[in-house]
Design a protein around this ligand. Structure first.
Ligand SMILES: Cc1cc2nc3c(=O)[nH]c(=O)nc-3n(C[C@H](O)[C@H](O)[C@H](O)COP(=O)(O)O)c2cc1C
Length: 241
């Protein structure tokens, strides 16, 4: 009987030892690792959020894609086909905003449309206004610069009203707009400038274009929102008459 009690005592102690060892394992490095894995997951999740931010940033960068879209969509030979309307929408757009507004105006007015495509397309680096050495900074700093136009020369015969659209760069019209207006005779035509921007108004750009064109009846233009509705456009157009 005493022997049985001893065996039972040894068995109970062995069980206790085993149980204690098992509990102690919760502090072993593997389990710490497992906790730190959890921590890592949280950290990864944070990283992943910051990756998402990076993704967002890079998709922002992809906003420059329309620059290359320009390249693909706007080869000179693909420009305007005349439909017999007396209204034309001419535009330059580096990243697609002015283009979409120009297309809406053309839709509302039934106008033909003509894109001013630069001889040398603007890259993302060219458009970097934070860089004092970027192409656009140099161009906007020097009012005499006239970037070349690759689009076919346009015949203005038959057009009496011409909308002229562009983005605001450093508060003014991109210099390529001056190249455009200096290459045509707008006599007898009503010229309507419009622009898109990050917030700046049309400023002196309409007057600059009028002066550089030296011909045409230039009326006061407007800054239009990127998401302007057709109704708003119609109201604006009616207000011009
Ligand atoms: C070089 C550069 C200069 C700009 N300067 C101005 C500015 O002075 N004021 C403003 O509101 N937006 C400015 N913007 C923003 C553009 O006017 C705006 O994004 C415009 O809608 C772009 O039109 P797009 O997509 O047709 O090129 C500038 C953009 C660039 C690339």
């Amino acid at each position: 009987m005493k022997r049985i009690k001893t065996i039972c005592a040894i068995f109970v102690m062995a069980c206790l030892c085993f149980a204690m060892c098992a509990c102690g394992n919760s502090n072993n490095p593997e389990n710490v690792n497992s906790d730190s894995n959890t921590t890592n997951l949280v950290a990864e999740s944070g990283t992943s959020q910051s990756d998402t931010k990076k993704d967002t940033d890079s998709s922002d960068n992809n906003k420059s894609e329309p620059v290359s879209d320009n390249k693909n969509e706007s080869q000179p030979s693909e420009n305007t086909e005349k439909t017999g309307t007396d209204t034309l929408v001419v535009y330059f757009s580096a990243t697609g905003t002015t283009k979409s507004v120009a297309e809406k105006i053309a839709g509302v007015t039934g106008a033909d449309i003509y894109e001013i495509v630069p001889m040398e397309l603007y890259t993302e680096a060219d458009l970097n206004w934070h860089d004092s050495d970027s192409r656009t900074t140099h161009e906007q700093d020097d009012k005499s610069i006239r970037p070349g136009i690759a689009s076919d020369k346009l015949s203005l015969d038959g057009y009496t009203t011409i909308y002229v659209g562009y983005p605001i760069w450093w508060g003014e019209e991109p210099r390529i707009m001056d190249t455009f207006v200096e290459n045509y005779d707008f006599s007898g035509k009503t010229m309507i400038p419009f622009c898109t921007s990050g917030g700046s108004g049309i400023g002196s750009s309409g007057d600059n274009l009028r002066e550089n064109a030296g011909s045409g009846n230039w009326i006061e233009g407007a800054r239009l929102n990127a998401n302007v509705s057709e109704l708003e456009l119609q109201d604006w157009i009616n207000s011009l008459k």
